[in-house]
Design a protein around this ligand. Structure first.
Ligand code: ADP
Length: 457
């Protein structure tokens, strides 16, 4: 009965009331017995009300629920469902609406997932991305772009590209992409976190299915590393040419003098011959070092790892370098156990020891000390080569292992150095998965530390 006076039923109740009144009027013409008349009218009223409630409960209530659910679906709440056990066509309608709601909610979940996947891909690409519509408004910027140009996505999205991007080259690129309707490339430099970065940008037009321009995608590549490599390659070629030029010019000059001057003073001749010999030896050394480096850098380079006694290799190296040390009156001492087995590439390790000890001899003045110490820990075999030489300035240390880098160019050349020794050492240590470091103090000496892992396979 609680439904009766609810709004939707009210007109029907009034209708029943009017119908009962009309029946009462008609019956009052046929009988004057009020008891019968009222009993009939009461029964009629009750029957009609029960019928109304039945119709309401079976048809109107479920339809109301269906309407409510459909309204929720229209609003975007795809979790709305009809909970009503109706049969017949209303029940079928409820079922169908429930299926529709379930499908819609599955579709939204899939759409959400796709959107998330797309956002993840866009945000995690290694290139900066910007999407501009045909009017020039920015619709999307990814994480990489924000890391390149600063600010937050909110500072770009919804703005005209020329209001938020102040690089003229980007403006030109967008205009050309819109004008020519084809991919356009451009590059520029940008200061990011106080570092100069080289950025390459590609503008690609976007068309709809009727080939009407709808906007453009700008892709920003950070090509700083590539530029650095290109620069390094150029520097390397220039350096090699320069290093080769010096001895070749010298050899050619002295040979010409010998040919043209008809000099027969044996002392002068000897001097010239010696210069030519020394310079050609320098050339040979340089070429040898260049070949060693290029071999180490080859992608197919493989270490010839064997297990050997490092003490024996140290002895061989000391025998070679000991001569030069003796000539300079340097005291070369070795501190190593009687036997120290190591797994590594024997020839490469020998090269490391030769280069470091030769440097210690070259850069230590007469009567100095050189100490080679080897210690084995669980993780590493630690080789240290300590000298009491000229030392290295602090700011030169980070560049020490670059090819052709010399702290004092003239002094290094005089020692016969190629400027490649430490670059080779570093390469060998790194292909062994090891580490190298330097402690040094001007006029006090330097210590080079090499760590070779013990578990090298
Ligand atoms: P180089 O053939 O010129 O010795 P390296 O690559 O072996 O080339 O060394 C690079 C530079 O590092 C040298 O020119 C020198 O200035 C510096 N250097 C290397 N070893 C020492 C050392 N033990 N003491 C002082 N300076 C050193």
């Amino acid at each position: 009965m609680r439904y009766i006076f609810k709004k939707p039923l009210f007109p029907y109740v009034i209708g029943i009331f009017v119908l009962v009144l009309l029946t009462g009027l008609v019956l009052s013409q046929l009988t004057s017995d009020y008891i019968i008349l009222f009993s009939v009218l009461f029964v009629e009223f009750v029957v009609l009300i029960i019928m109304l409630l039945h119709v309401f409960d079976r048809y109107m209530k479920p339809i109301k629920k269906v309407t409510k659910t459909v309204n929720e679906l229209v609003k975007g709440n795809y979790r709305a469902r009809i909970h009503h056990n109706s049969s017949g066509s209303v029940g079928e309608l409820s079922n169908k609406v429930n299926i529709l709601a379930r499908n819609l909610s599955e579709l939204t979940i899939q759409e959400d997932m796709h959107e998330k996947q797309l956002t993840t891909v866009i945000d995690n690409t290694e290139s900066g991305l910007v999407l501009i519509d045909e009017k020039g408004y920015i619709h999307l910027v990814n994480r990489k772009f924000v890391s390149m140009f600063g600010k937050t996505p909110k500072d770009y999205k919804g703005y005209l590209y020329y209001d938020v991007l102040d690089n003229e080259k980007i403006h030109n690129l967008v205009q050309q992409t819109f004008l020519y309707e084809e991919n356009v490339k451009e590059s520029f430099t940008q200061i990011i976190d106080f570092n100069k970065k080289y950025i390459q940008i590609v503008g690609a037009p976007i068309f709809n299915e009727r080939r009407i321009l709808k906007g453009a995608v700008l892709v920003f590549y950070d090509i700083t590393e590539l530029k650095k490599l290109e620069l390094m390659r150029k520097d390397f070629v220039a350096n090699v040419s320069h290093e080769l030029k010096t001895p070749i010019t010298s050899i050619k000059g002295f040979a010409e003098t010998l040919i043209e001057s008809k000099e027969n003073n044996p002392e002068v001749l000897d001097k010239f011959h010696k210069i030519i010999f020394d310079e050609s030896e320098r050339l040979q050394l340089l070429i040898q070092d260049l070949l060693t480096l290029s071999n180490l850098e080859k992608s197919e380079f493989e270490l010839k790892v064997t297990e050997f006694d490092l003490v024996k290799v140290v002895d061989e190296v000391v025998a070679i370098i000991g001569q030069q040390a003796k000539m300079k009156k340097l005291n070369l001492t070795v501190d190593i156990e009687n036997k120290l087995m190591i797994k590594a590439d024997k020839e490469q390790i020998k090269q490391v020891l030769i280069n470091l000890l030769a440097n210690a001899v070259s850069y230590t003045p007469e009567n100095g000390e050189i100490k080679l110490e080897v210690k084995k820990t669980e993780e590493y075999i630690h080789v240290s080569i300590k000298d009491t030489g000229i030392g290295i300035e602090k700011n030169a240390i980070p560049r020490l292992f670059e090819r052709f880098y010399r702290v004092d160019k003239a002094r290094s050349r005089n020692t016969g150095g190629t400027g490649l020794g430490l670059a080779i050492v570093k390469h060998i240590v790194e292909v062994h998965d090891g580490k190298i470091s330097v402690d040094s103090e001007i006029n006090k000496g330097s210590t080079f530390h090499v760590y070779i892992p013990t578990n090298l396979s």
